[in-house]
Design a protein. Structure first.
Length: 268
């Protein structure tokens, strides 16, 4: 009788299956508050602008955040618009793939998003999301939501040249860009008052560098119907406190060989 080896006992090499519920669980763990979703979406937009800048192209860097607050802090919708690269049909499909390589991080680009997951997590944690993206005069659309604790989506079937009306409806009047429109169904997600929300966005530690750079123009459009139809539009700008540099050096990551620049500032 021939002795069987480990190879005899195993099937062929294949991808490890991922339970769809993992995407939902990860989303809820990452996105606990409205500000968390905004951080992910703004970071994605900033990354997109950075990729353009790394090609030597100057950008206006405009990012629009829209939110609608109802009575008792209920948040009805969240929208984010940028005028950066936009995505082709295939790029949008890739961005919707769980753990898909979409941000540019895996290609060594100087971006902070990781595998483009922020887009999916923000939508799944909040409710239902529609994505409209224009790249090279082609509009692609997709929808992402959850059913019975499982993620569902309708990827783009085809792209087409957007009409003037479609551009106006999506807020991307010319050129490339992306609109993420989220209808919020998660009742745990609350929106603070404008007076609280504005400084929260302005001073959030993950947004400070974006809010303080001259290459970005972040704008908040806040709507609150119960406050006599309150509508506020305000640019978001963070002023870095006076500081002094106490550390500036390069290190090499052990076992990886990558070089990392470290700068530490001290402020009163």
């Amino acid at each position: 009788m021939n002795k069987r080896t480990l190879e005899d006992e195993l099937e062929e090499v294949q991808d490890l299956p991922i339970d769809p519920r993992l995407a939902i669980q990860t989303s809820y763990a990452t996105i606990r508050y409205l500000i968390d979703a905004i951080v992910e979406l703004v970071t994605n937009s900033d990354d997109s602008y950075k990729r353009i800048e790394q090609e030597g192209v100057k950008v206006k860097g405009k990012i629009i955040i829209r939110t609608r607050r109802l009575r008792y802090g209920k948040c009805e919708k969240l929208e984010l618009i940028d005028f950066a690269e936009g995505m082709s049909k295939e790029q949008l499909k890739k961005a919707l793939k769980f753990a898909g390589e979409a941000s540019g991080f895996e290609k060594g680009k100087s971006v902070r998003g990781f595998f483009g997951r922020g887009l999916k997590e923000a939508i799944l944690a909040l409710g239902k999301g529609e994505i409209y993206t224009i790249k090279d005069s082609k509009l692609s659309k997709a929808v992402l939501w959850k059913e019975r604790n499982r993620p569902k989506y309708r990827p783009p079937k085809e792209s087409h040249a957007p009409s003037k009306e479609e551009r106006e409806e999506n807020g991307i009047i010319e050129g490339n860009g992306t609109l993420v429109r989220i209808t919020i169904t998660n009742e745990k997600i609350k929106c603070p008052s404008y007076k609280t929300f504005l400084p929260q966005l302005t001073k959030h530690f993950s947004l400070r560098d974006i809010n303080s750079t001259t290459n970005r123009k972040v704008i908040l459009e806040f709507e609150s119907p119960e406050k006599h139809g309150l509508k506020r539009t305000c640019p978001i700008s963070y002023n870095v406190p006076k500081d002094k540099k106490v550390v500036e050096k390069s290190i090499t990551l052990p076992d990886y060989g990558d070089s990392v620049e470290i700068k530490i500032y001290e402020s009163d």
